[in-house]
Design a protein around this ligand. Structure first.
Ligand code: ATP
Ligand code: MG
Length: 242
């Protein structure tokens, strides 16, 4: 992508004028005296890949958690499709996360006692897919992410990049509309980071899954369609209005 052009020229609405999938307005959240978010507006459209960048402590992870309904803002709204996420109770938010959202964490957070293919199978079983079909889909996702030969390995036997790709397979297997990932390449060297970002963005684009990721690394951000820069709890570039 041409980032400078994207930032300076694009409004957030795509050319077809469709409504955003996720829309946040006026988000504020303080932890005691620390104002982590100070009035954030952000739109994310279906299939869009957004990188949230900014200095350490600027509020990236807090923003991601509020958008995903993990944290509740003190002020402001988050709308997912036709649902006002910020009006739901914990059970409602939890249901929405399970049904519609996927998550990939910095260290993958795979279940340590299960091999790669079982880690990918579990959320499918939880979603009510039959064991046989879940296994078939998990195998297909591992192949898709070039992990066919790793399927019987435990997480401890995988490289950091392989484990992260298993976590991506696990997150995308349930076909979420929106994937949230906090520093997906934060624990990887630059070569593994490139492989993971290529796998993540290609697979997300194929599945028309939107992605909101945070990163310190400009090379990771370059895989996104749009970069949003957060400073001191506010979006300084990007956001809702391009
Ligand atoms: N649970 C918490 N309790 C108290 N303060 C918090 C909490 N979480 C975040 N903060 C504070 O809120 C601010 C924003 O933190 P956040 O984790 O969102 O930053 P970040 O941009 O993700 O940083 P990094 O790049 O280091 O991950 C920081 O000042 C941080 O110390
Ligand atoms: Mg963070």
């Amino acid at each position: 992508m041409n980032k400078v052009e994207t930032i300076s020229m694009s409004a957030s609405a795509p050319e077809d004028g469709s409504a955003p999938l996720l829309s946040a307005r006026g988000l504020r959240l303080a932890f005691g005296l620390t104002e982590a978010l100070r009035g954030v507006d952000l739109d994310c459209h279906a299939g869009e890949i957004i990188a949230v960048t900014g200095p350490s402590g600027s509020g990236k992870s807090t923003l991601l958690h509020v958008l995903a309904g993990v944290l509740v803002p003190d002020e402001g709204t988050v709308d997912y499709d036709t649902v006002r996420l910020t009006d739901l109770d914990e059970a409602g938010r939890s249901r929405l996360r399970l049904d519609k959202f996927g998550f990939v964490f910095q260290y993958g957070q795979l279940l340590p006692d299960l091999n790669a293919v079982d880690n990918v199978t579990i959320p499918l079983l939880l979603a009510g897919v039959t064991r046989r079909e879940a296994r078939r889909r998990a195998d297909a996702w591992l192949d898709r992410l070039d992990l066919g030969e790793c399927s019987r390995k435990l997480p401890a036997q995988l490289s950091g990049g392989q484990a992260q790709r298993v976590a991506i397979a696990r997150a995308l297997a349930t076909k979420p509309t929106l994937l949230f990932t906090d520093e997906p390449t934060g624990s990887l060297d630059s070569l593994a980071a490139e492989t993971v970002m290529l796998a993540l963005t290609e697979a997300a684009r194929d599945a028309n899954t939107a992605v909101i990721l945070t990163t310190h690394d400009p090379r990771t951000a370059a895989y996104a369609d749009r970069e949003v820069v957060v400073r001191d709890g506010q979006i300084t570039i990007g956001g809702a209005y391009g």
